[in-house]
Design a protein around this ligand. Structure first.
Ligand code: HEM
Length: 408
C-alpha cells in the first residue's frame, strides 16, 4: 500500500485545477456569458449543499452501511477473470489507496506531464467536492471458489435460496465482487466506480450495475419511494447495530456484514390506477403521514391487533408491514429508487427499488422475504428481477488493505 506521505501529497481535485491555472476562482470560468447559466446555478447550490463533508475510508467498519444515507448510489457487480490470489490482493491494495483518495475528494493519482499518455484520473469529478462519498466492497461465495479459498466459507455464506415469485434475470444476477458507491452527487459516485473498475480492468469484467437516487429534501423527512410512500421509517438504531448488523464471530468477517441486494421492478402504471385506500392497505401505512393504519404519527408503534370501526384488522393480514413485522427478524434497509428508461417488452416505466439491506446473517433477510414472497399484497405491483448476496469486509485500519483478514 502507498505510504501516508504519498497520500498526503495527492492534491484535492480543486487544488489540482488551481495548479493547472484554471481553478482558483473556479467561478472565473463562468465569467463568460456562455456559461453563466451553469455558474448561476452553481452559486445557488453552493450556498445550500457545499458537498465538502467527507467520510473517512478508515475505521472499524466499512462506510456506506450505517452511514446516514446519501442522495445517490452507483452499484456495480464485477466478475473476476483471474484465479491468481496475488493479483487480487494487489487489486485490493490499489483499491484501498484509490478509495482513500476518492473519499477525500482527491485525484486517484498525480498526473504526469506526458501528453502521449492517458490521464491517471478520468477527470469527470475535477472541481467536485467529496459529497460524502462512501465506498463499500463485498464478495460473493463464488469469489472464494474462484480463488480456491473454499476453506474460508462460513456456514451462513452461501447463495440465497429461490424465493416464491422470483423472476430473476441473467442481467441482474451473478458476479463475484460488489462495489457500492453512494454520494450526494451522482457524478462523484459514478467517477469513483469508473476509476476503481478501470484500475482493475485486466482482471475483472462488469456483470451488472444499477444507479439509484433518493430524495433527501431538507434532510428531516423520511424519503418517499416511487409509489409515493415514506420508505425507511423502521430501521435498527445505533445501539442495535451490534446485535443485528455487524458480524462478531472470530473469523475474517468480524466487523463486517452481509449485503443483500434485490432489484425490484415496481409497476407504476398499475399502482397509479389503484385507489388510495387500497394503496394504504397494501403497505399497512397511511400515505401522507406515514403512520401505521389506525395510528396518527409516522413513528407510533405498530399495533397488529388494532381493529377499525368495521371491526376489521386495521392492518390487513396481507399488508407489507404486518408480514415484515411478523417474520420477527431485523435488517438494516438502505434502499434507493431507480428509473432506467422504458421496459422494452411492456412499454412502461422500467423503474423500481434498488433494495439493499445489511445484516449479520443472511437468514434475517431470508425469513422476511420468504414471508413477503408468499403472501405480500405488494406482490401485485412488484417483481424481484435482480439479486445478490455479498460478504462486506470489516473496515480497514490505516496501513492495512481492504479484505486483508481474508487473505492472511
Ligand atoms: C419494491 C419493494 C418494496 C417496497 C416498495 C417497500 C416499501 C416499504 C414501505 C413503504 C414500508 C413502510 C415504511 C418503513 O418502515 O420503511 C416498508 C417497511 C418494511 N419493509 Fe419494505 N418494501 C419493499 C421490499 C421489501 C423487502 C424485499 C424487504 C425484506 C425482505 C422489506 C422489508 C421491510 C421491513 C422489515 C419493513 C419494516 C416493517 C415494520 O416493522 O414496520 N421490504 N417497506
Amino acid at each position: 500500500m502507498m505510504s501516508d506521505n504519498f497520500l498526503n501529497k495527492k492534491m484535492s481535485r480543486r487544488e489540482f485545477l488551481k495548479k493547472a491555472g484554471i481553478g482558483g476562482a473556479g467561478l472565473a470560468i463562468g465569467a463568460s456569458a456562455a456559461s453563466a447559466f451553469f455558474t448561476d446555478k452553481a452559486d445557488k447550490a453552493h450556498k445550500t449543499i457545499e458537498g465538502k463533508q467527507e467520510i473517512s475510508f478508515y475505521g472499524k467498519h466499512q462506510s456506506g452501511i450505517t452511514t446516514p444515507v446519501q442522495s445517490n448510489c452507483y452499484f456495480m457487480v464485477l466478475e473476476l477473470t483471474t484465479a491468481e490470489k496475488a493479483t487480487v490482493i494487489q487489486i485490493f491494495k490499489d483499491w484501498t489507496d484509490y478509495s482513500h483518495s476518492l473519499m477525500s475528494g482527491k485525484v486517484v493519482k498525480e498526473e504526469g506531464d506526458n501528453l502521449y499518455l492517458p490521464p491517471n484520473d478520468t477527470g469527470e469529478a475535477l472541481e467536485l467536492n467529496p459529497y460524502r462519498l462512501t465506498l463499500t466492497f463485498g464478495i460473493a461465495p463464488s469469489f472464494l471458489d474462484k480463488l480456491g479459498l473454499e476453506d474460508k466459507k462460513l456456514p451462513e455464506f452461501k447463495d440465497l435460496p429461490a424465493f416464491p415469485r422470483d423472476q430473476l434475470k441473467e442481467n441482474y444476477t451473478g458476479g463475484d465482487i460488489v462495489i457500492q458507491a453512494c454520494a450526494d452527487d451522482a457524478q462523484v459516485a459514478f467517477h469513483a466506480v469508473h476509476n476503481l473498475v478501470r484500475k482493475a480492468r485486466s482482471h475483472v469484467s462488469m456483470k451488472w450495475s444499477q444507479s439509484g437516487f433518493l430524495p433527501l429534501g431538507d434532510g428531516k423527512s423520511t424519503p418517499r419511494n416511487l409509489f409515493g410512500f415514506k420508505d425507511g421509517t423502521v430501521n435498527p438504531k445505533k445501539d442495535e447495530w451490534d446485535d443485528f448488523v455487524w458480524c462478531n464471530q472470530t473469523n475474517w468477517l468480524k466487523g463486517g456484514t452481509y449485503l443483500i441486494v434485490r432489484r425490484v421492478a415496481m409497476f407504476l402504471e398499475t399502482w397509479d390506477r389503484t385507489s388510495l385506500g387500497e394503496q394504504e392497505k397494501t403497505f399497512g401505512r397511511h400515505r401522507d403521514s406515514g403512520a401505521y393504519l389506525g395510528q396518527k404519527d409516522e413513528f407510533d408503534e405498530i399495533d397488529l391487533e388494532k381493529k377499525n370501526e368495521d371491526g376489521e384488522l386495521a392492518i390487513p393480514v396481507d399488508a407489507h408491514v404486518r408480514l415484515a413485522k411478523e417474520a420477527n427478524q431485523t435488517i438494516l434497509r438502505r434502499a434507493f429508487s431507480y428509473a432506467s428508461g422504458i421496459n422494452e417488452v411492456t412499454g412502461q416505466f422500467d423503474a423500481g427499488l434498488l433494495f439493499i439491506c445489511f445484516q449479520k446473517d443472511p437468514v434475517q433477510f431470508i425469513d422476511i422475504q420468504m414471508k413477503l414472497g408468499n403472501e405480500d399484497k405488494l406482490n401485485e405491483y412488484i417483481t424481484h428481477v435482480g439479486s445478490g448476496l455479498f460478504a462486506c469486509f470489516p473496515g480497514v485500519k490505516e496501513g492495512e488493505y481492504l479484505g486483508q483478514s481474508l487473505f492472511e
